[in-house]
Design a protein around this ligand. Sequence first.
Ligand SMILES: *Cc1c(COP(=O)(O)O)cnc(C)c1O
Length: 364
Amino acid sequence: MEEQTIRVQRCETKKEKPQDDQLVFGKIFTDHMFVMDYSEPLGWHNASIVPYQPLQIEPSAMVFHYAQSVFEGLKAYRTDNGSIELFRPEKNMERLNRSNDRLCIPPIDEEFALKAIKQLVSIDRDWVPHTEGTSLYIRPFIISTETYIGVSAAAHYKFIVILSPVGAYYKEGLNPVKIAVENDYVRTVKGGTGEAKTGGNYAASLKAQEMVAKTGYTQVLWLDGVEKKYIEEVGSMNVFFKINGEVVTPKLNGSILSGITRLSVIELLNHWDVPVIERRISIEELYEAYQNGQLEEAFGSGTAAVISPIGELKWGDKQMIINDGKTGEISKKVYDTITGIQYGHIEDSFNWMQNIETESTVKH
Ligand SMILES: *Cc1c(COP(=O)(O)O)cnc(C)c1O
């Protein structure tokens, strides 16, 4: 593909930036956004960085009717030496194209998209907050914009990137959550869109989330959609259990989202020689391990929280209190290491971080 240039139109007046301690998740957006169009036979074109603004899209745009859309989520961190860095962003671009493939959206040029993201973050760099734990959340997404209400893959799309400064997920250290096993609703099924990052999976998950919140639990533990037996994910995070000295995480099976935090946790545990295995694990097996005193830790993993320790797990009328409801040793060590690398406190010996000022050096 011929290298495109990115047209830049800067905003005339900059918005007022919030104080770091006032930041919440995903409510305010920076001064600029990236937009690129797709149409036949041009392919992806019109790459531009423009002031953050409403879109003009016809009500007949296909995305509103048949939900052909994908997204990504990653963060820019301000490190100890003042540089701004992204965590394994090439993995997000690869995953975006896997999601595209599942949703019949034309692939993007991964290196070009990453270059565009870096340039956008660089232009809005003053929006990357300074306080430990804060970051600039990056939301790339693609929607079908063709004006047609027949069911088919669209011929027109928009690839957009918006940025949102976000506060620290944990203000007073890691905080274990209470989780309830979901026995009625499922998030997705094998053969469905579970391994794609697409809005429809989230729409399907809201009902269970709303119900569980009423009973005082934070999130649900999703079981597989076929037998409702095997553990898949927790909320919108991947999930890990430490059982009798070994860390277990559900093996990717077509319905589990392949998290980049999940991959990093597995790579770290391998590096530390902590036994870690990807396999099928049923809720019965987990409960048995609990009864035998072998369920030592449980935690979720994802970009937003990095690690979310699970202190309590409810399964029907059975209750499991894990590690006395406190954050486990492995959970804490993984959390400290990943965030340490992200904020530049510890050496990035895995080469996970990419500076926003430099071109991607990742080979494909
Ligand atoms: C994004 C996401 C995750 C976590 O992925 P990360 O790359 O680690 O942020 C896990 N599960 C679901 C359903 C997701 O959408």
